[in-house]
Design a protein around this ligand. Structure first.
Ligand SMILES: [Cu+2]
Length: 166
């Protein structure tokens, strides 16, 4: 009996994405971009399913490919079209310049893809050192760190309050 249960449990995990409520997916997608962008953006799943119609400029995704644990992203038309054409694992082609926000992940950043970039030798590849970094997966693109000012200010205020208490 136990042997039968294991595959059933594994199967339940596989259908997890479908179980996530649309509101949760939309909220997750919107967390990737600045409020002014996210509030008007089209919310889309990686397979092209539209969860919420928006303007035709920014499109926010709650995750990439089939991995719901990946960080959400808001892309401009070039970025969105490039991603939908190649998928997260595909060859994006780098045929045009496009921009994308990833503000909700471990390293909040802006991403830029550029056309016909043949060499990125010498560019920083470490996302943790505060510099612009370059990543070649799934396609060559630059990442620009962004500090989340609201959170920082709250932290600073808390620190200042602590110091005032002492
Ligand atoms: Cu990124």
């Amino acid at each position: 009996m136990k042997k039968l249960l294991l595959p059933l449990v594994a199967g339940a995990f596989l259908i997890c994405p479908a179980v996530l409520a649309d509101e949760d997916l939309i909220a997750k997608a919107m967390s990737a971009g600045p409020e002014a962008i996210a509030s008007k953006a089209t919310i889309m799943l990686p397979d092209g399913t539209v969860l919420r119609e928006g303007s035709d400029y920014w499109t926010c995704f709650p995750y990439f490919g089939t991995n719901v644990d990946t960080d959400p992203m808001c892309g401009d038309p070039t970025w969105t079209a490039t991603m939908l054409a190649g998928g997260i694992d595909g060859d994006w082609g780098n045929s045009a310049t496009g921009f994308s926000y990833m503000l909700a992940g471990g390293y909040p950043h802006l991403m830029v893809i550029v056309p016909e970039l043949e060499s990125y030798e010498g560019f920083n590849t470490d996302p943790g050192d505060g510099k612009t970094w370059v990543m070649s997966f799934p396609a060559l693109h630059f990442m620009i760190p962004i500090e989340m000012e609201a959170e920082e200010t709250e932290e600073e205020m808390a620190t200042e309050a602590d110091e005032a208490d002492e």
